[in-house]
Ligand binder design. Structure first.
Ligand SMILES: [Zn+2]
Length: 290
């Protein structure tokens, strides 16, 4: 499977080197969502950074674009009902220990730390420096951007490659996986909100669009979620793979950071409540607490 994935990664790489000429006109109809605009969508950044994922046999198998699988082929089913949530402290906060590899520059460390701290501004998640806790997220620069879904136990790798993954949107995206969230377009109710055009998907990459029986926490489908892929994710031919319905021109997958719905979901999944200890939050940020 690893070898298969390596082969597919090479394929993915070749897709990004397609000539641009003559292919633009068709996509211009998608306002704010052309192939070129999409260059900065979370999924495009992740796709680009992940061209080498799967080549290193010491790294985990990665599926669904950037989700590490614990063993072989299996669905990234929601595990949050089975105990993969991070534990809640008696003060109402959820402390998630983290360790950042010394591979990063000072500036990269700051970007990552700011990404981690952004969760404290609007949720009860508190990423705290590793201090010999049993379970923790181990942030390292491996061959792409990827994470397991939910708490796996012991040190779990969150890979943020120095080549293309140290951005606020991707840091939040990968840590939302580690907190238990899947991609927005795999939601159980996605067919009411997007059409998946499998005919435009790179052969062998269809699994990235498989639906998951997600727990949606009473929150609406959100095109602006930082967990939503862009319109051209895994496209084999520069035609869209995800088209919103009913209005096909709505921008999707363009989030630069967590949306209000992403924040609401974290707070609902972890049952954050406004009476939790928030001494470390500035008053202006408390207003954003959902
Ligand atoms: Zn992802």
């Amino acid at each position: 499977m690893i070898f298969l994935f390596a082969a597919l990664s090479v394929l993915l790489c070749s897709v990004h080197s397609y000539p641009i000429e003559g292919l633009l006109e068709k996509n211009d109809e998608y306002y704010g969502n052309t192939v070129e605009d999409d260059d900065f969508s979370v999924s495009t950044l992740i796709e680009k950074a992940n061209v080498n994922v799967g080549k290193n046999l010491s790294e985990p198998l990665v599926m669904f674009g950037d989700i590490a699988m614990p063993t072989g082929l299996q669905n990234a089913d929601p595990c949050t009902a089975r105990g993969c949530l991070w534990p809640k402290s008696s003060d109402g906060n959820v402390y998630v220990p983290f360790r950042i590899s010394n591979q990063y520059s000072q500036r990269e460390r700051e970007t990552i730390t700011q990404g981690l701290q952004s969760f404290a501004e609007s949720t009860c998640i508190r990423f705290t420096p590793f201090n010999r806790q049993r379970d923790f997220v181990d942030i390292r620069s491996l061959s792409g951007c990827y994470s397991f879904v939910g708490r796996r136990g012991r040190g779990q790798t969150v890979s943020l490659s120095r080549q293309g993954c140290v951005f606020r949107s991707i840091i939040q995206h990968e840590l939302l996986h580690a907190l238990g969230f899947n991609h927005e377009q795999t939601r159980s109710d996605r067919d009411q909100h997007v059409r998946i055009l499998l005919e435009n998907v790179i052969p062998g990459m269809e699994h990235n669009f498989r639906k998951i029986q997600t727990i949606n926490l009473g929150t609406p489908y959100d095109y602006n979620s930082v967990m939503h892929y862009g319109r051209f994710a895994f496209s084999s031919n520069r035609e869209p793979t995800i088209v919103p319905i009913p209005d096909p021109n709505v921008a999707i997958g363009r989030a630069q950071q967590m949306s209000p719905t992403d924040i609401l979901r974290v707070n609902r999944l972890y049952n954050c409540n406004s009476s939790a200890s928030r001494n470390d939050i500035q008053p202006v940020q408390q207003n954003q607490f959902l």
